[in-house]
Design a binder for this molecule. Structure first.
Ligand SMILES: [Zn+2]
Length: 116
């Protein structure tokens, strides 16, 4: 994180985190879809394992497998989205804003001029 505003040298700097917020939501949605697929697969796998324990085992195995798949998929997608968003914030967007003069700038000095 930069320590000073490149425009007025103020140390009062805020972070916008647009990419993190957006990518987190997108990632969670993508993850939920992935989780849905995983849930379908997990349900099938759980059911086939449970079949050995009879009809009740098949039902319990199917529900358990589906739940685990959905939870894992959603969580994985959200964290992947947040990580991607952090990279976007640091590298692509002008993530920092000076609270004194309102100047927006990126943490990476190389991309600062290109993004203006
Ligand atoms: Zn400033």
């Amino acid at each position: 994180m930069p320590e000073q505003c490149p425009n007025c040298q103020s140390v009062r700097i805020g972070k916008k985190n647009y990419g993190k917020k957006t990518a987190g939501v997108v990632g969670a949605s993508a993850g939920s879809y992935g989780g849905y697929i995983a849930a379908a697969t997990g349900g099938r796998v759980g059911a086939s394992i449970g079949v050995a324990a009879g009809p009740v085992g098949a039902a319990v195995g199917g529900i358990g497998g589906a739940l685990i798949g959905a939870l894992l998929g959603g969580a994985t997608g959200a964290s992947a989205g947040v990580i991607l968003g952090e990279v976007l914030d640091e590298r692509v967007f002008d993530n920092y804003r000076c609270l004194d003069c309102g100047y927006s700038f990126s943490a990476d000095p190389d991309s600062r001029d290109a993004s203006r």
